[in-house]
Design a protein. Structure first.
Length: 122
């Protein structure tokens, strides 16, 4: 799931995986509240992994003119051999909201979610 926050405030996103089929006209699929935004995705089986993997890309000190990118708070850069670095995710409990910092991009992986649209059904 890709989340982009172009506002100057942190946005909390609640993600739910429910049984059944969702339609694009259902107001419960995607919505907003004072607490943040929530998404609900249809699944075909119960996830066995209670965690999700998060990758948060930000600029240092919210300096959008910076030529440096942070991944989960760590500066991204090539290794001494000129190779791409290891991209280490944050393991987070599925029951907590995804907190997306101002002017940032977050990518969340829901292992074993069984969402048909992702082609991960057993």
């Amino acid at each position: 799931m890709l989340l982009i926050n172009l506002s100057n405030a942190t946005v909390n996103v609640n993600v739910g995986i429910t049984a059944g089929t969702l339609t694009s006209n259902n107001e419960q699929d995607v919505g907003a509240s004072r607490e943040g935004i929530f998404f609900s995705m249809a699944r075909v089986h119960t996830p066995s992994t209670p965690t999700r993997l998060e990758y948060h890309m930000t600029a240092p000190a919210q300096n959008l003119q910076s030529q440096t990118v942070l991944l989960n708070g760590v500066e991204l850069g090539l290794t001494p051999l000129g190779e791409l670095p290891t991209l280490s995710p944050l393991a987070t409990d599925n029951s907590t909201p995804i907190s997306v910092a101002p002017f940032s991009i977050a990518f969340a992986v829901l292992p074993d979610a069984g969402v048909l649209a992702c082609g991960t059904a057993p």
